[in-house]
Design a protein around this ligand. Structure first.
Ligand code: 5GP
Length: 141
């Protein structure tokens, strides 16, 4: 995997405002916050997108994410927040090293704005799609 700004942060070549670190996970403040307390949580493992991340690193992030969310809530004095993880440029990924954003949502206009163009799911479509997904998951285990 090519070096990214986040691998340089991990190696200490680029400074950051660190908020958490363990053997597998690192968290720091986003340099372009959408709201006060906007934090990035990354695996030390250099995977580009979430689907490429090992179970071990994914579990380590999952274990600590709620604790980091509680800290962000406390310090930003927000009860509402978004956790966002983008994969590839079409889905707004700019840095190709897996990262979870924790973004406080202080009010209607602050924090993350999202378009949510909800469609509909028929029962037949749902049955077919769920079966396809179950089978893909089984094949990947
Ligand atoms: P993405 O669009 O890839 O999900 O988000 C990348 C995030 O990384 C952006 O929110 C951006 O502000 C943040 N970012 C980019 N470069 C740096 C940097 O050098 N330091 C820090 N702390 N954050 C960065």
């Amino acid at each position: 995997m090519a070096e990214t700004i986040f691998t340089k942060i991990l190696s200490g070549d680029i400074p950051c405002h660190k908020v958490y670190e363990d053997d597998l996970v690192f968290a720091f403040l986003d340099i372009g916050p959408l709201s006060k307390g906007h934090t990035l949580v990354i695996p030390k493992e250099p995977a580009e997108t979430l689907d490429q991340l090992s179970d071990e690193s994914a579990a380590a992030i999952g274990r600590v994410l709620p604790r980091l969310c509680r800290a962000v809530m406390k310090v930003s004095a927000c009860t509402a927040y978004n956790v966002l993880e983008n994969n590839l440029p079409l889905a707004h990924q700019a840095v190709f090293h897996v990262h979870f954003h924790i973004i406080p949502k202080p009010n209607e206009n602050g924090g993350l704005g999202i378009k949510w163009p909800a469609g509909s799911l028929s029962s037949a479509e749902g049955t077919k799609l769920a079966a396809e997904l179950s089978s893909a998951i089984s094949a990947d285990s």
